[in-house]
Design a protein around this ligand. Structure first.
Ligand code: NAD
Length: 332
């Protein structure tokens, strides 16, 4: 069984090589992104393993199929970057890693909240310079405030439980079934507009699908409490990036923590520090003192990486045995 991993880095090679001891597949680690041009590298590989910013549209799938690929083994939970209808039309299977460590992502969201609230990046930079003053570092108690959780699946539930532990009132919005564990902690499910209007912190944990694209736009930002905090560890397309700038400039949005960004493809996961940043919206966002951007690292813990490698290779084994699992299809 031959499998090629696109957009792979040393840490992917390390974790997949370790997990592959149980399978002994022939693995090829490819640094380049998957796109129409690089798809040729997958010629002769039964399994292609793309990452979140790879292009897996109809044209790429057709090229992969022509080269003999039959399984797209995603090493991510999100699958918004795959044309599932095209894959189905070609008879290709798409599998994903539905859960690895919801704790990794939820804990990173909490990290962003604490860092923004207590202005930790600024405080650290200041003490390194020998400046031990406190002006500009005033935060607020999370205890007694309200957090709004949008999407209470695996990650949103862990996040909600942690925030309840801080003594925050939890509001939730999810069109699916309410989470019993959050209800038991006193969470209230409310309409989205109510959540936006009443929360001091709003955190996004729903998938990017047509219904959630730009769910946080200028109208939603205007609905939020003045000076509230917005955290996005979901997917960049959930938030209309342009609208953030106006909301931050006039103070409507008080703090912003992003681990994902609409136009992150080709930028995140890579070192661009020697190049002028071409994305003017991101460049502007990075200038605000009350904004923190991390480069899609919420999933990046030892435990999650190990689980991702094991599940991805387990998906390959199941597919090979004729009992595919963790399959995603256009029907859902
Ligand atoms: P999940 O499928 O367990 O939960 C998603 C929840 O969102 C479900 O309860 C669903 O009902 C809900 N939902 C669907 N449509 C909604 C809508 N319109 N409004 C509100 N809620 C809605 O998924 P999960 O494992 O909790 O992951 C959530 C998302 O986090 C993923 O889709 C992925 O995009 C993102 N993610 C990011 C990282 C990262 O490193 N930043 C890592 C993993 C996952």
């Amino acid at each position: 069984m031959r499998m090629i991993l696109f957009s792979s880095r040393q840490y992917d090679s390390d974790t997949f090589t370790e997990a592959n001891a149980a399978h002994a597949y022939e693995l090829r680690f490819q640094e380049s992104h998957l796109d129409l041009e690089t798809a040729v590298l997958a010629q002769g590989y039964d399994v292609v393993c793309p990452f979140v910013n790879d292009t897996v549209d109809a044209a790429v799938l057709e090229r992969l199929h022509a080269g003999g690929t039959r399984l797209i083994a995603l090493r991510s939970a999100g699958f918004n970057h795959v044309d599932l209808a095209a894959a189905e039309g070609l008879g290709m299977t798409v599998a994903r890693v539905p859960a690895y460590s919801p704790h990794a992502v939820a804990e990173h969201a909490v990290g962003l909240i604490l860092a923004l609230n207590r202005r930790l990046p600024r405080a650290v930079a200041r003490t390194r310079e020998g400046d031990f003053s406190l002006h500009g570092l005033l935060g607020f108690d999370l205890h007694g405030k309200t957090v709004g959780v949008i999407g209470t699946g695996m990650i949103g539930r862990v996040f909600g439980r942690i925030m309840a532990g801080f003594g925050m009132q939890v509001l939730a919005y999810d069109p699916g079934t309410p989470a019993d564990d959050l209800l038991a902690l006193g969470a209230r499910y409310v309409p989205l507009d109510t959540l936006l209007a009443e929360s001091d912190v709003v955190s996004l944990h729903c998938p990017l699908v047509p219904a959630t694209y730009h769910m946080i736009d200028s109208r939603a930002l205007a609905r939020m409490k003045r000076g509230a905090m917005l955290i996005n560890t979901g997917r960049g397309g959930l938030v209309e990036s342009n609208a953030l700038i106006g909301a931050l400039k006039d103070g409507q949005l008080g703090h912003l923590g992003l681990d994902v960004y609409e136009e992150e493809g080709g930028l995140f996961f890579e070192d661009h520090s020697n190049l002028p940043l071409q994305d003017d919206v991101l460049a502007r966002l990075l200038m605000f003192p009350n904004v923190i951007v991390t480069a899609h690292q919420a999933f990046f813990t030892r435990e999650a990486m190990s689980e991702i490698a094991q599940t991805t290779l387990g998906n390959v084994a199941a597919w090979r045995a004729g009992t595919p699992r963790n399959v995603v299809s256009p029907a859902g």
